[in-house]
Unconditional design. Sequence first.
Length: 138
Amino acid sequence: MTLNAFVSRLFRADLITWIRFPIWTIRDSVELPDDPPPIDLKECRVRASAQWLENCSPMVLKTMRDTKPSESERRALCSLNFRGENSFSVLRWYWWKRRLMALALQDEFREEAIQAARRAVQAMDSAEEGLAPGTPEN
């Protein structure tokens, strides 16, 4: 089991509450600068993001949708595309989803990374269905 798989399970079980870890992991995977990392590192980051999204996407989505970031969270979680209030936002969630969908189509990725990206998108779809307005939370 990887560190991300283990910690994401702790987060899902409410044993830890540090939302920064999943956002940092996903940000490093899909909010890439113009000079992307080598393909092996990129694949590793996609698989790490998939662990977070498969294990606790409803919690991450709920935070992105319902939480106003503190000043320290704004600074810690910002990226080139998302700053300030957008550090926690549904807009960022959908950005991640679109990028993961695109990464699932990468010809240079090995099958394991492609499948991880697809599973992450499926987990995001399920989270969206489960947290739709008027839907009771699980």
